[in-house]
Ligand binder design. Sequence first.
Ligand SMILES: O=C(O)/C=C/C(=O)CC(=O)CC(=O)O
Ligand SMILES: [Ca+2]
Ligand SMILES: [Mg+2]
Length: 422
Amino acid sequence: MHPNDPRLRSFIDVDPTSDFPIQNLPYGVFSTASTPTPRVGVAIGEYVLDLAALQAARLIDLPDGVFAQPSINAFMALGPQQWSKTRARISELLRHDNAELRDNAALRQQALIPLREAKLHLPLRVEGFTDFYSSKEHATNVGTMFRDKTNPLLPNWLHIPIGYNGRASTVVVSGAKIHRPRGQLKPPSAELPSFGPCKRLDFELEIGVVVGQSSAMGTMLTEAQAEQMIFGFTLLNDWSARDIQQWEYVPLGPFQAKAFATSISPWIVTREALEPFRVHGPEQQPTPLDYLQQKGANNYDIALEVCLRTPAMATPARISATNFKYMYWSSVQQLVHHASSGCAMNIGDLLGSGTVSGPEKDQLGSLLELSWNGAEPVQLPDGEQRGFLEDGDSLLMRGWCQGDGYRIGFGEVEGTIQPAGN
Ligand SMILES: O=C(O)/C=C/C(=O)CC(=O)CC(=O)O
Ligand SMILES: [Ca+2]
Ligand SMILES: [Mg+2]
């Protein structure tokens, strides 16, 4: 049976609402109190399966030590055929009718760790971080607020997957504390800029693409090559300082406004696990230039939600619910474009999709849009309201593909705002 087959069952009980059924098997890096060395595992139900332990027990046939690493980069370097073969083998080992692991109590004890006992680390060594801008709704909304409401979409937008080179150095895993950045601020009413803590701190709901293969400097990628280079997908929050951004971004784009932190979820859902959830993206009109043309279903149906919890709230409240399927430019088009000048791509490059905003008012992927630059604050169930994020606020993103009786989930990415540092 193919590892995506909905009929597959594991000997580990998995709730139908779990993010991590046997059809998912996302990769992460974890450690435990008893074994503090970070190593690679996959999530299954309420457990992490320790792949370094399975390999040491000779149940997985790959180069020695490939999972006894603090990142998945060495595994990604093995290439797409090994990714697929390994996923099939892990699936086989977890099946209800396979005795190899199921009936080996000692190995099960060692290799299946309850998720609540695992510390989750940044799953990849991030070589480069690029952030795209591929939701037409988001680009239109920001253009309306920041530039020209009669002509919000800039003329290049429908021809180029626009992006900027971000910072790999500040990509952090879910749970990492986020310090309010400081920067140059110049509200429209002020004559001169001042330096101080950001007053308009925001999130951006995005999907992160993990590049698992390299391309040589000077070479372009075909659609098929780019597809094969994508290892998997994460949730990504591109924290954004809107006041710093508005003053600094002309003409080279965001710089310090988005350099202070980017959070990702701890699990990387493989491209293969998302195959059953492919959908057509929006129609692209005008037709893109030849090198960007793509055939077939080039997007994914991934439900996404954003929840906010202020220090006064007992539980988080949902403030947005949208879907990745609305994105105009696909991940493959972004990657093809990224390499099109001859830019070398590396194993461990991370590409942000761009803020995922849908067409409706409750489908927007940033507070900038939800509160219309602070003018219409978001109302929370306990009577509080938010134009932008305040110290102590916790922001939570979730994502999943809904199958028939199971879901391919991304887990979550959380970050809590700390006061500005020194
Ligand atoms: O329209 C602008 O000037 C800026 C938009 C963004 O905030 C840039 C960005 O990070 C891209 C995105 O997430 O879609
Ligand atoms: Ca962004
Ligand atoms: Mg960022």
